[in-house]
Structure formats: C-alpha cells, structure tokens
Design a protein around this ligand. Structure first.
Ligand SMILES: CC(C)(COP(=O)(O)OP(=O)(O)OC[C@H]1O[C@@H](n2cnc3c(N)ncnc32)[C@H](O)[C@@H]1OP(=O)(O)O)[C@@H](O)C(=O)NCCC(=O)NCCS
Length: 261
C-alpha cells in the first residue's frame, strides 16, 4: 500500500492516447458503476468516451493504492457545484482528490484532508487566446499579461488560466467565485503569489500553488489549502491504470516548476 504523508501532494499523470490495449480498456469498463457507463455513452465522440473511461480508471485505481478498497468499490458524491468527493465510510483514510482532463492528458491530485484543485490545459486548445483574457482575468493580470513579450504571451495566458482554474477548483464553487476578485502574480524572479479582493475573504498564506509544463503541449497548476502552515511536497508519477507506474519529472518541458514558497 502506498503511503501518503500529511505534507505530500501526489499528482498522477495518465497519457490517454498511449492507453489503447483492448483488454485493458475492457478491464477499465468493469470498474465503472452503471451510472458511469451510462454517462460515458452520452458522449458523442469516441475520443471523449475514451477520455472518460481512462479518467474513471485513473481515479479509482489511484485511490485504491492508499487503502484496501477495490477500484470498483469507490463511490462518489458531488457538492452543489459538481465537485466530486469520496463518500467516506468508517476506517477510510481522509483522502481528497481532484481531476482534470484535456487533449492527451488526464491528471489526478491526491492529498489528505485539505481542499485541492488541479488543472491541465492543452496549449493548442481552440477558443482560448490572449484576446479573451479580460473576460476571465483580473485587471492586474490583464495588465501584467500585456507587459510580457508578445512571443511569450500565449504561454503566460495559460499560466494564469491554469492557476485560476486550480484555485476555483480547490474552492469547489465553480465559476460562482468571481474570477476578477483574485490575482496571481507571476514573475521570472519571484515566487508565485496570489492576492485577494477583500470581498473574497481569503488569505494568501492559506494556499500553496505549483505551476509546471509537463510536456511541450500542456500546462498544469495545482492549488492546495494548507493545514497549519504546512509546507507540502509535490510527488509526481506517470501511470497506466492497472499496469505500470513510474516517477515523472513534471517540469521537464518548460524549465523549472514554479511555486509560492
Ligand atoms: C466545472 C469546472 C471545474 C470545469 O473545468 P474544466 O476546465 O472544463 O474541466 P477539467 O477537466 O479541468 O475538470 C473537470 C473535472 O473537475 C471536477 N469538477 C467538476 N466540478 C468541479 C468543481 N466545482 N470544483 C472542482 N472540481 C470540479 C470533476 O472531476 C471533473 O471531471 P469529471 O466530470 O470527469 O469527473 C469549472 O472550473 C468550469 O466550468 N470552468 C470553465 C472554464 C473557464 O471559464 N475557466 C476560466 C479560466 S480563468
């Protein structure tokens, strides 16, 4: 059984396009509940049905690494904004998780007790470009974005996007949490930082963030609400659910991993 220390975040990467073995996919199907199977069938395109299937297998097999619950036995509930949580039963460790999926990559972050949000974005994603920044970012973020050299601006756009998504996902309130009321400060020479409008009643010291580029095509951000000034370590693994796993050096495509501590 895998140990998750109280000051660790485990981040699991599954590269969905690499997972095509028919027997393996059929084993994943058996892990889903009837509701999940019905949900999977509602996707019109095969690639979305595949992504949904691998996501279910990833979350179920990942959680089972930490306890003796079988992958098919996990049950989940959702809060009012759709954030899934484990339906806890007696004796279960206080695991929390969050998922994100995009073209070719699915990630699952796991932590004990604390609120966590993860986001992965595909850099060639359609419909996301610098000119929509003022619809989603705070005025300061928009200003800082346009101060970045033009050739680096699109990559920086996704830095803000993934960080902001990871924070709202950690809070679990979806887009009901106004995106312009919090600001990420990203600079080459200083650690990441967040600031909040007083209306949001949040405190930057409660949060730890990471920003990384695991492949040339993806950006990832993680937000975790800290327990009593704990300093969390990020542990990354690449995995094929029900098959192999290996240590993953997540920042490999985009230089160093940024964080705020
Ligand atoms: C609901 C939301 C989490 C969807 O995010 P997304 O980027 O489309 O999708 P992701 O792949 O990152 O995350 C989806 C997963 O997050 C989880 N999730 C769903 N609702 C959630 C919520 N309220 N909070 C946290 N996690 C949530 C689910 O596990 C979901 O996957 P599943 O349906 O396969 O179980 C939400 O943040 C949203 O609607 N965002 C819209 C995008 C946007 O405008 N962003 C502004 C960027 S600055």
């Amino acid at each position: 059984m895998l140990k998750l220390n109280s000051d660790e975040i485990h981040l699991w990467f599954a590269f969905s396009d690499e997972i095509q073995n028919v027997e393996l996919l059929s084993a994943y199907e058996k892990l889903m509940t009837p509701e999940e199977r019905a949900q999977q069938q509602r996707f019109r395109f095969a690639k979305h049905r595949h992504q949904y299937l691998v996501t279910r297998a990833l979350v179920r097999t990942t959680l089972s690494r930490y306890t003796n619950i079988e992958p098919g036995d996990w049950r989940f509930s959702k809060n009012d904004y759709g954030k899934p949580e484990i339906m806890a039963s007696e004796g279960m460790p206080p695991l929390r998780f969050n998922l994100s999926h995009t073209e070719k990559l699915i990630i699952c972050g796991v932590v004990l007790k604390q609120d966590i949000g993860v986001d992965v974005e595909y850099l060639a994603r359609k419909g996301a470009s610098v000119d929509i920044a003022d619809r989603f970012f705070s005025p300061q973020e928009v200003k800082d974005l346009y101060a970045v050299a033009e050739k680096e601006r699109r990559a920086r756009f996704f830095d803000y996007w993934t960080l902001k998504e990871s924070y709202i996902k950690a809070r679990g309130m979806g887009l009901s949490l106004p995106l312009e009321l919090f600001t990420f400060h990203i600079s080459e020479h200083e650690p990441l930082r967040i600031s909040f409008d007083a209306k949001l009643r949040d405190d930057p010291s409660r949060w730890q963030f990471w920003l990384l580029q695991p492949t040339p095509h993806h950006k990832v951000a993680i937000s975790v609400c800290r327990e009593a000034n704990k300093h969390y370590q990020l542990v990354m693994k690449k995995v094929v659910p029900l098959r192999e796993e290996q240590v993953f050096v997540g920042g490999q495509a985009g230089g160093r991993i940024r964080n705020n501590v």
